[in-house]
Design a protein around this ligand. Structure first.
Ligand code: ADP
Length: 244
């Protein structure tokens, strides 16, 4: 918080003390807006973490996995569009439809949604635009739910892996800043997953890509009666068809 605040205060001082023309002023104002935005994201993430710490353990409110899937897919495509300018192109994004319509998850909907969406967003943010991101789901024989996000981005060196879910831990600070990171995303994911008695596993090979896996225990995953499968879930987004 201090860094963007210091930068912002510096710009305010400049604007107060230097006679700048309209062009220069607008340049400074957009730099200030970016710092303010950065602080906003940081404060939101910090509040999310402290809310997670202070709130009672999640209950067993049921949400069809298809509901998460539709929101995740929309969000991923929107984020990818928004980032296209920055990274110079679109990713190949695949959402595995297998089994998604058959189950519901039991837990705090908003928390689960944000954990899954954080992993998808990271995969998109850290993978160059020529790369691909795959989101999949399966259930183990014992009934545990396994949500996986796989990318073929830069990967994470083994030395960083044990620390990557720590607060503010970032492998490459400049790249994180470029992509609007706070270093809090994975701590939030880990927290949410643990609150649901699940596990976050990270597998990565530098240069080849990363795989982030959320495993939810069997008592957080329940089969849906066949009739309640969301209509049209199997339909593909035109972009995905194009990508395949
Ligand atoms: P940030 O806000 O910096 O993205 P996170 O807690 O979400 O913070 O992630 C921590 C760090 O883990 C990131 O800065 C990045 O270095 C690394 N990271 C996360 N996801 C990926 C990924 N899919 N591929 C490569 N590195 C990743």
């Amino acid at each position: 918080i201090r860094t963007p605040l210091t930068v912002l205060a510096g710009f305010v001082e400049t604007l107060q003390n230097l006679p700048l023309d309209a062009n220069e002023q607008s340049k400074y104002l957009s730099l200030m807006a970016r710092q303010a935005q950065r602080m906003q994201t940081l404060v939101e993430d910090l509040l999310t973490l402290s809310r997670l710490e202070g709130s009672p353990l999640p209950g067993t409110e049921p949400t069809p996995l298809s509901v998460f899937w539709i929101a995740l897919r929309e969000e991923a495509l929107a984020l990818d569009q928004a980032m296209a300018g920055l990274l110079g192109g679109l990713h190949r994004i695949e959402f595995d439809p297998v089994d998604v319509g058959a189950v519901e998850l039991l837990g705090q909907r908003g928390e689960l949604q944000s954990a899954m969406s954080n992993l998808v967003a990271n995969a998109l943010r850290y993978t160059p635009s020529s790369g691909s991101v795959k989101v999949s789901w399966h259930q183990t024989e014992a009934g545990a739910g396994v949500f996986t996000v796989t990318d073929d981005g830069p990967g994470i060196a083994p030395a960083h892996l044990p620390r990557i879910t720590e607060r503010f831990y970032r492998v490459d600070r400049s790249r994180s800043r470029e992509t609007g990171g706070t270093g809090l995303g994975l701590s939030i994911v880990k927290h949410v997953v643990q609150r649901h008695q699940g596990e976050l596993t990270i597998e990565s090979q530098p240069g080849l890509g990363s795989r982030f896996i959320i495993t939810l225990p069997a008592n957080r995953v329940r089969a849906l009666p066949e009739t309640s499968v969301a209509p049209g879930l199997g339909a593909q987004h035109p972009r995905e068809q194009h990508a395949q």
